[in-house]
Design a protein around this ligand. Structure first.
Ligand code: DGL
Length: 264
């Protein structure tokens, strides 16, 4: 069987990276994918760099054992803390996801942008480098999204607690007059309807899912690894906690996905 039929592997600290996966299958529906939701170890955002690297290695090795042809680090926290290490250690191509500072800095008219991300992402050297390079003339209002990932992972996304946390995090950004809000965590696109209610029409939301998906396509093309089968791919998900939260996030899809609970 040709290597092009192998999986594209995805991993995240939990269910959030499915926001990237959903974007990718829009433009690459024929790819076979294997997604690891490491929910037992969520959130990564509060862990040390060394812990994030160790978890990223564990996930990568499982995906390599399944012959993944490319690995998407569908987590800003793992990308900003571990992708350089992963690229140095493993042969497989990696695509990561980072907060979209550059497009926000290029488009802002108020010269103020907000970013909501995990502590691990906001304190990473890679984030400091990207902000220093692309946003040095722009005020970046940073906010750690404390508690948001935990509520999503525990199936408590649609709660008053979530709304209160979001209001507390976003109102100070509105006071600062931001006109772009960067979502720097792959869990947060699931909060967009709630975020929009708070920030209104004046502030645009930027997340990186579409850009990452185009990048995946480019790399597969360059490496001659695009799957040319004419049918929809097989979509597998492994999760190391109960499956219900993941199942709920995927049940809007009009095609089958295979979700398995596994120890990893
Ligand atoms: N989904 C992740 C991210 O993009 C990590 C959230 C977490 O585990 O803290 O940063």
């Amino acid at each position: 069987m040709s290597k092009a039929n192998n999986f594209i592997g995805f991993f995240d600290s939990g269910v959030g990276g499915t926001s990237i996966w959903k974007e990718m299958i829009q433009i690459l529906p024929n790819e076979n994918t294997l997604y690891l939701a490491d929910s037992a170890n969520a959130p990564y955002g509060k862990k040390s760099k060394d812990e994030i690297i160790a978890l990223s290695e564990k996930n990568t090795e499982l995906l390599l054992n399944k012959n993944s042809k490319l690995i998407v680090v569908a987590c800003n926290t793992a990308t900003t803390n571990a992708i350089a290490h992963l690229r140095a250690k493993y042969q497989v191509p990696f695509i990561g996801i980072e907060p979209a500072i550059k497009p926000a800095a290029l488009q802002t008219k108020t010269n103020k942008v907000g970013i909501l991300a995990t502590q691990g992402t906001l304190t990473s050297a890679l984030f400091a480098k990207t902000s220093g390079e692309f946003a040095k003339d722009v005020k970046v209002v940073e906010q750690v999204g404390k508690g948001l990932v935990e509520l999503i992972e525990s199936g408590n996304m649609d709660t008053r607690k979530m709304e209160d946390l979001l209001i507390g995090y976003l109102n100070p950004m509105l006071t600062e007059n931001i006109d772009y809000l960067i979502l720097g965590c792959t869990h947060y696109p699931y909060l967009i309807p709630k975020i929009k209610k708070i920030i209104g029409q004046e502030v645009s939301i930027i997340d990186s899912g579409y850009a990452v998906s185009k990048q995946i396509k480019n790399i597969l093309q360059q490496k001659n690894l695009l799957n040319t089968q004419s049918k929809r791919g097989t979509y597998r998900f492994y999760i190391n906690t109960e499956t219900s939260v993941l199942t709920n996030l995927l049940n809007e899809l009009a095609f089958d996905v295979k979700i398995e609970k596994k120890v990893f």
